[in-house]
Design a protein around this ligand. Structure first.
Ligand SMILES: NC(=O)c1ccc[n+]([C@@H]2O[C@H](COP(=O)([O-])OP(=O)(O)OC[C@H]3O[C@@H](n4cnc5c(N)ncnc54)[C@H](OP(=O)(O)O)[C@@H]3O)[C@@H](O)[C@H]2O)c1
Length: 323
């Protein structure tokens, strides 16, 4: 990777006054740091959280550091399409414009196969399908910048991972009914994040919509992710994984920088992927990075889109194509 003289930090976030962001999984780790820094830049923030107590605690944490912040908690369980629909309806009923939407929440490699409320494998269902449904349902709020004179296009930022590398997208067994393996299932869900984010950009562009979609990854960051997933196993490796990761991982605050950069920097372009500039992209400052080749496979992305529409019942209110 070429040197990155920019070394962008949260101090460079342009003023966000008047904006309203929704961040999924904002009670912990990268999502919480993202919400905090957006709030510091005067962006109103909505914390999409599945647990009210953890959501309220995150809100109190942000308000303690930024007393003037506008912070709301929105009940949102991405592992339940009913909850996703209810959250989107609640937001839409307020008639407010939304930007950015940050699809951040995630689960990593639970040792045994688990299912969402709707019977999807937990990682594919939460990390991909939940966000696919949420984004489609919230699109009317993202595409209403006409209400704000001179508003810039809305942004949709989806958080993937360097773990998308080496993933296999097996459409014959998307729910891992045969031979569930925790890490390959995580990898696939993170490849799905990329395929979705890039396909969404192509569709927004085709429809000439006033929004763009980008994908980011946070390197390897010390958050709750490893304890909540692999740490639930019983073996020695399961118990050691969170501690080993914590030894070499960067902080959650540093890991949030690619998300913050993609959500706010003026030079960001739709359909691109932003990560970290350090060794093997595991740490460092935000920079544009290249995803694995299959993430750019348009046929695979179109197929995933169709399957996702069928599984979630959410159709995006975008014209198929325009001349
Ligand atoms: N940390 C890393 O090194 C790393 C590397 C690559 C990619 N990522 C990605 O970064 C994103 C954020 O992860 P993190 O590292 O900040 O981990 P984290 O601290 O565990 O945060 C994950 C967040 O997702 C929420 N979440 C999980 N399942 C949910 C559901 N069904 N509905 C709504 N929210 C749900 C969690 O809520 P609860 O607190 O209620 O569980 C939590 O707020 C994830 O997409 C992850 O894949 C992280």
């Amino acid at each position: 990777m070429s040197p990155n003289p920019q070394r962008w930090t949260a101090a460079e976030i342009p003023a966000q006054a008047g904006k309203l962001a929704l961040i999924t999984g904002a009670n912990s780790g990268i999502g919480c740091q993202t919400a905090l820094e957006l709030a510091r830049a005067r962006c109103g923030v909505i914390l999409g959280c599945r647990d009210r107590i953890r959501g309220d605690a995150a809100r109190a944490h942000i308000l303690a550091l930024v007393p003037a912040a506008h912070v709301e908690v929105l009940a949102l369980d991405l592992a339940s399409l009913e909850s996703v629909r209810a959250a989107a309806d609640r937001f839409l009923s307020t008639g407010r414009h939304l930007s950015p939407l940050i699809n951040n929440a995630g689960v990593l490699a639970p040792p045994r196969r688990q299912l969402t409320r709707d019977g999807f494998e937990l990682q594919f269902g939460t990390n991909h399908l939940g966000h696919f449904a949420l984004t489609g349902l919230l699109l009317p709020a993202l595409l209403s910048p006409d209400a704000i004179p001179g508003a810039a296009p809305s942004r949709i930022v989806t958080v993937s991972s360097i773990a998308h590398r080496g993933a296999a997208m097996d459409f014959a067994d998307l729910q891992w009914e045969r031979g569930y393996r925790p890490w390959p299932a995580y990898r696939r869900s993170k490849l799905a994040n990329l395929l979705f984010g890039f396909e969404l950009e192509r569709r927004l562009e085709k429809a000439r919509a006033a929004a763009f979609s980008v994908v980011v990854h946070p390197g390897v960051s010390s958050t709750n992710l490893f304890a909540a997933g692999p740490g639930q196993g019983h073996g020695l490796i399961a118990r050691l994984t969170p501690a080993v990761i914590a030894l070499f991982a960067q902080s959650g605050a540093q890991g949030a920088l690619p998300t913050l950069y993609a959500a706010t920097a003026p030079e960001i372009r739709g359909g691109h992927f932003y990560g970290c500039d350090g060794f093997r992209e595991m740490r460092g400052y935000p920079v544009e990075v290249r995803a694995e080749t299959q993430a750019y496979d348009e046929a695979m992305a179109a197929k995933l889109w169709e399957v996702s529409e069928n599984l979630t019942g959410v159709k995006y209110p975008l014209p198929e194509s325009q001349p």
